[in-house]
Design a protein around this ligand. Sequence first.
Ligand code: FES
Ligand SMILES: [Fe+2]
Length: 436
Amino acid sequence: MPSHCQALPEQCWVDAETGVVSRAAFVDDDLYHLENARIFERQWVFLGHETEIPNTGDYVTRSLAGAPVVVIRGDGGEVSVLLNSCRHRGTKVCRSDSGNTKRFVCPYHGWTYDRGGKLLTTTFDQHFPRDFDFTTMALPRVPRVAVYKGLIFGCWNEGVLPLADFLGDFAWYLDPFLSRSPEGMEVLAPPHRWRAKANWKVGALNFVGDSQHILTTHIGPLTLDPVRAARAGFATAAENSFQVAADNGHGCTLTYLAPGLPPEAYQTHPRELAPLYEQCLQADQNELLKSLRVIVGTVFPNLSFIETQVGPAKKAIIMRQWQPISGTEMEVLSWILAEKEASPEYKAEVLRQGFHNFGIAGVFEQDDLELWASATDASNNSIAKQYPYSFHTAAPYFKNPEQQSQWPGRVYKPSDTEVAQLAFMVHWQACMSALT
Ligand code: FES
Ligand SMILES: [Fe+2]
């Protein structure tokens, strides 16, 4: 190894002191398998939104720690999550992305399961041993399922801590975007899904706090739309904006409008909905939303969100999931949400603008994807892997959060360092070392 590269010890991929992270963490398939064992099989993972399955029998198919699962609304209204793999020879018993069903019929040999996963019948019941107990051949259920303000999470680990404890102080930041009206948020359409040739953490880090890429990666859309660029005012707003590193690896970046804009620019809340926010949120949470240009954040490990303005006094919330497929590939799911109380016209506009910016062909999405794939491709070789990634702009800040901050979590200013990203990676390292 050349003397000028910085080797990290075995099983240590993150050096918070100096601010470097091994490239292996972003390309190696061995680490992808270790992540499944130490993170995705052990911790709460997002599965979907309650409004995707409002009625009995509604389901969506998702993935949990690499295993295909069906998330279904049961007869009693509860949400169950079942392994989507037949107990006979393993075929997926549910083949659609979403739908409504009374039972699942395996397309291979016809075994039939009810909505709770119980095996109802095989096509050759008469040949089974006489005393055979069919209940032993149910579809395995994910043992822990919990809902937070509409977000459904599941966990294969029975002993996982309660979801509220897992979200910890980060829930305070989620509430203004999940429960700021009496009826809450709804998903406006099925998620866009696409594959990206990049490690899942690239997306998680980009959303937890990568303010530095905006004026280079996205200079195209910003240049083409000078109004948007002026409103964004990212460079001048960084001093008033901040990053948060919360419990358990969660974090976010809040960017506020630059000073000196016309007064109407600061009217960011939708007029029809603003009174509901006042009613549902704590005073300090309403304060947080004032003049907020954009918030991006990540719930560890792989749920991200962004709220951004999609027009005067119109805001779209986009939720993201970065599903690992291998060390160098992920599937991205992207939902758009709005308040249930919003008018149909408002929802239509949010949906249109939301996908325009952050759908599969979204203008910002395309910018990011190309560069994420390039980074992955250029890092995935034994030469490049000798040179760790730089998180140096995080190192001077990491141990120095704002002492007097009024907000929960560890709060850092300004907002254009990489400190939230480093905090995410430090937590990831702790999970991978089985220290959590
Ligand atoms: S694999 Fe499902 S019935 Fe055979
Ligand atoms: Fe981006």
